[in-house]
Design a protein around this ligand. Structure first.
Ligand code: 2HA
Ligand code: ZN
Length: 278
């Protein structure tokens, strides 16, 4: 029998939290990640058979009852997860009543899931309605994207088109654009509900003056989505550092050509495929 400790799930969690930290997007205890794992995929592991303890949660997650999540811990530093995964992350299963989780592995010094766990669970619930392959929610603090939330109107169309036009890759990776919520207090159920509502349309949502919430099929894909959004924001920052004068850029028609070539459908609220000047 295998050990969960040595599994690809823990390995990926260590790798990606370390990379997020390396990017400078998870200072101190910033950031959190959750990964939904199917019960069948856990059957092979010896060390996740017993409930270690039950942990109450501040949100009714009945819709996810019975589901397992590998999740980072509240107050934990991403720079440390790679060294102490069994302390700084945990494998939990949503209890039948939806009001608590059973811990099967990890949080071995008494820890518990991230303060943003309600936002993660609400997002998982919404994304599962869209596509049941979605299993990862990732939150971090990408510097250049946060910067944009101070200098640009908090407008989904404007921000999405700005990011699409910073590099050809953007439209292909997030054709639905960037969702934006108002500035809200982190760690609350309210910010979770606002984020999850956006996740009906988007896979990536800006938290102004704070960071980003993203979801995807896999850890790599979700991380790649965040990297792509932040790279576009970084190019914008670089343009400003070079004086801010744009002499040529990707046009709306260029975006349409891209969409046609790559077979993606841009969010029709932001760019109509059949018009010249959307
Ligand atoms: O987990 O980033 O938003 C710490 C945070 C809260
Ligand atoms: Zn945060």
């Amino acid at each position: 029998m295998a050990n969960f400790n040595d599994s690809v799930y823990v390995e990926k969690m260590c790798e990606l939290t370390n990379r997020l930290y390396g990017h400078g997007w998870d200072e101190r205890n910033g950031g959190n990640v959750s990964l939904r794992i199917d019960a069948e995929d856990l059957a092979q592991f010896d060390d996740v058979k017993q409930v270690i303890r039950n942990i109450p949660i501040e949100f009714d997650a009945t819709a996810l009852a019975g589901d397992y999540f590998l999740v980072t811990g509240t107050g934990r530093y991403f720079k440390n997860v790679i060294k102490y995964p069994e302390r700084d992350a945990g494998l939990v299963r949503i209890a039948k009543d939806g009001r608590s989780v059973d811990l099967y592995w990890g949080f071995n010094d008494g820890g518990q899931p991230t303060s943003e766990f309600p936002s993660h669970l609400m997002t998982h619930i919404e994304r599962l309605k869209q596509d049941d392959n979605q299993r990862v929610v990732m939150h971090c603090h990408p510097t250049n994207l946060i910067g944009l939330s101070f200098t640009q109107p908090l407008d989904e169309k404007g921000l999405s088109k700005l990011l699409w036009k910073m590099q050809a890759e953007s439209l292909v990776v997030f054709p639905e654009g960037l969702g934006v919520i108002p500035y809200m207090t982190p760690g609350t159920n309210d910010i979770g509900a606002a984020t999850a509502a956006k996740m009906a349309e988007f896979r990536v949502v800006m938290w102004p003056h704070h960071g980003i919430f993203a979801c995807g099929d896999s850890m790599d894909e979700t991380f790649g989505l965040i990297e792509t959004v932040e790279k576009a924001a970084m190019i914008y920052t670089t343009i400003q550092a070079q004086g801010g004068k744009i002499l040529q850029s990707i046009t709306d028609d260029d975006l349409r050509d891209l969409a046609n070539s790559f077979g993606v459908v841009p969010n029709p609220r932001f760019l109509a495929l059949d018009k010249v000047n959307a």
